[in-house]
Design a protein around this ligand. Structure first.
Ligand SMILES: [Zn+2]
Length: 394
């Protein structure tokens, strides 16, 4: 028996399915819409203290729900692997936890309280087996993840305050490929206004700006911009883009409108400066405003920066070695179609991050579910990855 398979068995035996399931249910049982994560963070802290871990509660800019942090060291110096998860759920009616047919359901079952529970179980397993002989684990859990209610502010504060490892595992449900590349994302709203009062169209002053026509011109210019952006392509992440999702203007058919607004997204590739993306957008809009004697107000909401992960990063190597040991082949490499907290770790501090969690579905719906067998697999995988990653000297 080689070291890996002896280690794999030792960790496998230590993962307690019922304990993991109980933790996930306890987290799901506490409602925690984004911004209201105080009670669930308290519950998690209580569970971890009950396990004998020392729990830190940094406020990280969100007094209603201080974050939950645990550090666990193996003894000898080595790398620090961070397990990071969010405890908030989207604004939908609360669904309590339930177990049936090998699945756990309820608010946050898929996104991502079960994943957080799997990370907690991995932490327990590492301590109970003594398998982590070098390096350390930094466990962090926080609120303010789900947009538009949160924009990752609490995680950004944690990162700024130094609650970071050398690499991060994020147990969001993503299990079919290992995401290496993802686009950054901002949303924008442009409101075009003219000076005058609302007026019947037959009485409108000559040369008064037509805000709907200017809205149409803005669309034409954004479509031109999108055509240029389509030349910026990444084989995995796709292409840079500007997208228009809605346009509104006017009240009735024969009133000359005062206001027209448009809303959409702007996505960019790794290596692009988000500040430059924003200033170029603002410049395009203000040029149109100047040319049309209108004001165009831009509300720009930065969501997350672009994401990149080096395929030969030590985290990827340790993860793939662990994944292959538990299954038979490495996880295929692929894109990150959405933005997540891995984008923040990469965008702010260039920290490598892998999003990998259990088979689950129904995220952002009333019917969230997670596969319990796969949740057990993730706890085991996290523990094994940690041993392989942390043991090597940085
Ligand atoms: Zn999530």
């Amino acid at each position: 028996m080689n070291t890996d398979s002896e280690l794999v068995e030792r960790l496998r035996r230590a993962v307690q399915r019922e304990r993991l399931l109980d933790t996930a249910q306890q987290l799901i049982a506490v409602p925690s819409r984004t911004g209201e994560g105080g009670a669930v963070a308290d519950r998690l802290a209580e569970l971890l203290r009950g396990d004998g871990f020392t729990v830190e509660r940094p406020v990280a800019g969100h007094i209603n729900a201080p974050a939950v942090v645990v550090r666990f060291a193996g003894g000898k110096p080595g790398r620090t692997l961070q397990f990071d998860g969010h405890l908030d759920t989207v604004f939908l009616p609360f669904a309590p936890p339930a177990v049936a047919d090998g699945q756990l359901t309820g608010s946050g079952a898929a996104d991502m309280k079960s994943g957080v529970a799997a990370a907690v179980e991995a932490l327990r397993v590492l301590r109970e087996t003594g398998a982590l002989t070098a390096g350390s684990i930094l466990f962090t859990a926080h609120d303010l993840h789900e947009a538009p209610w949160g924009l990752g502010q609490q995680l950004n504060a944690l990162i700024a305050e130094g609650y970071v490892g050398d690499a991060v595992l994020l147990p969001e449900s993503m299990y079919e490929h290992l995401p290496l590349e993802g686009r950054g994302n901002a949303t924008w709203k442009a409101t075009i206004r003219r000076q005058g009062e609302p007026v019947h169209e037959v009485m409108r002053p000559a040369n008064e700006p037509n805000v709907l026509a200017i809205g149409a011109e803005l669309i034409a210019r954004l479509i031109d911009l999108d055509r240029d952006l389509s030349k910026q392509i990444d084989p995995l992440a796709g292409r840079a883009s500007v997208f228009i999702g809605q346009i509104h203007g006017g009240e009735i058919y024969n009133q000359y409108p005062q206001e027209c607004w448009l809303e959409g997204t702007r996505r960019w590739l790794p290596g692009t400066s988000p500040a430059e993306v924003e200033s170029a957008f603002r410049a395009l809009v203000s040029e149109l405003a100047d040319a049309t004697r209108t004001t165009i107000e831009v509300e720009w909401t930065f969501i997350r920066d672009a994401f990149h992960l080096e395929p030969n990063d030590p985290l990827v190597q340790a993860f793939q070695r662990a994944y292959t040991t538990l299954g038979e082949k490495p996880l295929p490499l692929g894109p990150k179609p959405f933005v997540d907290d891995g984008n923040s770790f990469y965008g702010i501090k260039k920290i490598p991050a892998i999003t990998h969690g259990p088979r689950a579905g129904g995220q952002h719906t009333l019917n969230e579910w997670v596969d319990i067998d796969d949740l057990v697999r993730v706890a085991h995988l996290y523990a094994l990855t940690a041993v392989l990653y942390c043991g090597e000297s940085p």
